[in-house]
Design a protein. Structure first.
Length: 274
């Protein structure tokens, strides 16, 4: 099973890019963020996938796409946000798998109200994530977390110390979330490699590979045992009118991997189709 997450930065404006990538890669499950489209303007038929989505005019928006079956929606907002108008979370069952697609707030400028909102949203996510773990089963949290967990996840750490994506409060929140028992899939596959999923449009950032790793997969313990592969489809970011994010993907075995003796081996992040 291949699962992907992709911040499309405007689903209708990037529809040609999205459709071409879906046709080429054919992921089984796709989590999309930053749809920037109201609920009635999501281009479901054009995508060729069964889908559920939570739209919002001009901003935010998340969706879960599945090949071959309709995802069964569980919720379309994080618990604890009664007065939160942002469409940033949607959760569904796909077979025996629980898929949560999220778009965590940016939080800039920091400090300030937007940063406080980000930290509060992180608290709500952590509380719900713990509930998901407590119930057991296979769960994946996928999406744009708007956080670089370590210095290895940003091209120039010294330039980002005061940014809301890299401030210590945010990195601590992410590490506390992972420490509940989640596995950071991409970092587990490539523990020492600089891997980026986002490049700004400015200052030739993509060509210079001045990127950030802010799109993540967190896997529950049972699901982590099935992790087989993963990577970033950087070529999609190089296309005309591309999103500033690239699709990120993981592959899961049908059954947990058998334990094997550990052998030291250098691994290079995959950045193409397979």
């Amino acid at each position: 099973m291949r699962i992907a997450t992709y911040n499309v930065n405007g689903v209708n404006g990037r529809l040609a890019n999205l459709a071409a990538w879906l046709m080429a890669e054919k992921p089984d499950i796709v989590c999309l963020q930053e749809l920037k489209a109201p609920q009635e303007k999501f281009p479901l038929q054009a995508l060729g996938y069964e889908a559920i989505w939570y739209g919002q005019k001009s901003w935010n928006g998340v969706a879960i796409l599945v090949r071959g079956q309709k995802p069964a929606e569980i919720r379309r907002a994080l618990p604890g946000g009664k007065d939160d108008p942002h469409s940033r979370y949607i959760e569904a069952r796909v077979g025996k798998l629980t898929v949560a697609c999220l778009y965590l707030p940016n939080g800039n400028p920091a400090p300030g109200p937007k940063f406080a909102y980000k930290l509060a949203w992180f608290d709500r996510l952590a509380a719900h994530a713990q509930d998901l773990l407590d119930h057991g089963g296979d769960v994946v949290l996928a999406g744009d977390f708007n956080v670089m967990p370590t210095d290895l996840d940003v091209y120039a750490p010294e330039r980002w110390r005061d940014d809301a994506l890299f401030r210590p409060e945010v990195r601590t929140a992410f590490h506390d979330l992972v420490s509940q028992g989640w596995t950071d899939a991409i970092r587990t596959l490539y523990p020492q490699e600089r891997i980026y999923t986002f490049w700004k449009y400015f200052r030739n950032a993509f060509a210079r590979d001045a990127g950030l790793r802010i799109d993540h997969f967190l896997l529950s313990p049972s699901l982590a045992k099935r992790l087989r592969d993963g990577g970033v489809d950087r070529d999609v970011r190089a296309q005309p009118k591309a999103s500033d994010h690239a699709p990120v993907w993981i592959e899961l075995a049908d059954k947990p991997k058998r334990a094997k003796p550990k052998i030291a081996k250098k691994k290079t992040a995959k950045t193409s189709k397979r």
